[in-house]
Every structure is written in C-alpha cells, then in structure tokens.
Design a protein around this ligand. Sequence first.
Ligand code: SF4
Length: 376
Amino acid sequence: MAKSFTIIPIASAATQASVFAQEPDTAWHKAGRGNLPFLADIMQRPLRDLRISVTDRCNLRCTYCMPREVFDKDHPFLPRAELLNFEEIERLARLFIQLGVQKIRLTGGEPLLRRGIERLIEALAKLNTREGKPVEIALTTNAVLLSQKAQPLKDAGLARITASLDGLSEETFRRMSDSNVPVKTVLDGIAAAQRVGLAPVKVNMVVKRGVNDHEIIPMAEHFRNSGVVLRFIEFMDVGCSNGWRMDDVVPAREVLEQINSRFPIRQVDPNYSGEVAARWHYADGSGEVGVIASVTQAFCHECTRARLSTDGKLYTCLFANSGADLRGPLRAGATDQMLSNLVTGAWRLRYDRYSQLRHAATEQPGKKIEMSYIGG
Ligand code: SF4
C-alpha cells in the first residue's frame, strides 16, 4: 500500500502562531546573516528575494495564468513607455540589494519576449550582495524561445533557469497552454539550457485535477536520470481570471504518493531556509523531484519575496491587490535614499500571508493582481 506523505514543515504550527501573534516590530534587526542588520516585516521575515516582471506579454495562454478569454487581442497590455527600462530596473535592483536581497528572478509574462533581456542580465550579474557575493540571477520561462536564447543568456551571466511544462502529450500541453506550440519546442529549450550549463534546470508543472494529473508519472519518468529537477505545483487562485476551485487542486501529498508507488522516494533537507519546494530524492539515485504545496501547506511564514511589476510597482505578495509605486517617484527625480525609504516603508508594514489565510477566508478577497503582470 502506498505510504501516506506529510511534508515536513519548515516551522511548526506553534512557531507560526507565535510569529503571527507578535506585535509589529519595524526596526532593522541586528542579527542578520553575516552579522549585518536586516530589514524585517511585521512577521520578522527578511527581504531576501526580488522577482522582477520584465513584460506583461506572453506567447502562450496558459489557462491558469493568462486565459485567452481575458487576454485576447483586445487586451490592453502596457505600452512601452510604461515599462521600467533597463536602467531603471538596474537602479531599483541595486537599492533592493542594499536592503538585503540576495537573489533576483526575472519573470513575466514571458521574460524572453523582452528585447535585449541579455543586456539587463549582464548589468544585474555585476551586482554584489551586501556581503560582497555576486547576486544570483535566475529566470523563469516557458522555454518556447529558449533553444536560441540559452547560450546568450548564459554568456550574459544568468545562473539558473526554471522552465514551465504542464504535460508531455501534445493534447495535454495544448489544453494547459492554449497554444499550438509543440512540446518538442519546450523540451529542446530545456535541453539547450542544460547543454550550456544553466544548471540545475528546474521544470515546474502546475497540476490541475482532471486536466493534466494523468501526466504526473509520465513527467516523472521522463525527467528521471536527466539532471532536471521536476517540481509539481498545486493549482493556485492567482489573479482573478483563472476560475479557481479547491476541487481542481491535487494536493502535493497525493502527487508524492503517486510517484512513490511507482518510483520510491525519500524526503531530503531544503537547500536553504525558506525554499518553497519540499525536496525528494528517488531512492535509486535517479534524481530529484519537488512539490510546491502553496495551497495545502502554505509557506507564508518563511516568505522573503518582493515583487517588482512591469511598470514599477512593489508588491509584497503574489496575491496582493495593490502595490507601492516606485516608477512615479523614480521618474520624478527621487534620490536613492527616497526610493529606499519607499521600499523600506512598504516592507516594514508587510503582513501578507494570503495562502495561510485562504482556508480561513469567510468572504471573497478583493481584486487581485494578475500573475502575468506581477510575475509568478
Ligand atoms: S501567499 Fe503571499 S506571503 Fe504567502 S507565500 Fe505566497 S507570496 Fe508569500
């Protein structure tokens, strides 16, 4: 009989409860990593990661992110002048790093659609953390353009890549991505990323019950022994367009049980504190899989991510319904200190824990920002 899986939480429920119970503390904390003070939000979470959305456009129409009914040819995508330009992104990234950011992830939309993205990566890859180490630059992509872009991205200084792929059969992929892009195009892109050393390549599969959950085992089988780390993500209620229902969610526990019954696995420690994926190794040494249980095992208590939208708003949660405008002050001539103060002020007041509250919600939350604009 398949064993029942519990994902070992990073912090116990009791710890989380006591964290939530604390009074707001808006001070810089003295005992940060490397003995540097760190900026903490109300729940004592430091600012460590920055996700930058470089475009709100995409060449796929995944049903859970940019459903075609909403994002059709009449959809008002942002005009070019409203996008942060590369110099503006670099300047803001530099300020976030001074406030403690260690890792930057470029997202979208589809970030490879942003012309000259390599130039931005080259500039960001030169930045150092407060501890003097290079900032890690990663990118999330649907991999459609990755075959031709992998080498220039690597040359520009990109460290790692995460690709999205929600099924191996043409039919499933077409259904999830609402496009006619062949699966082979994505697989070729993933192979190209591996070939040029954007390692380890991670592949994210969003699992939606009744739509692509029959592909869990084929995906695991395909990526075993490949060096690619496959991660299964619970279908989430991001934005306001994807018609999310709890019934559509395949809990991570169920995914793990399926995999274990075919390929035995054992849980391993996170690579670092706050890692969103729980990690599992195949018992026969054929690789790693992960689950991102953002619905059934929320990890808000360890969430250290800020998001910078395509048009320069700072969001402190994927499910936020408003953000702090940085582009306006930046273009109006704000000094670095003024911009830093805006970021600091927003982070110090941060109390976001949407996923942990999801089940407790008694009423519909307000309008949320679409993922393609804020970055996943
Ligand atoms: S719901 Fe918000 S606070 Fe919780 S993990 Fe996701 S982005 Fe972070």
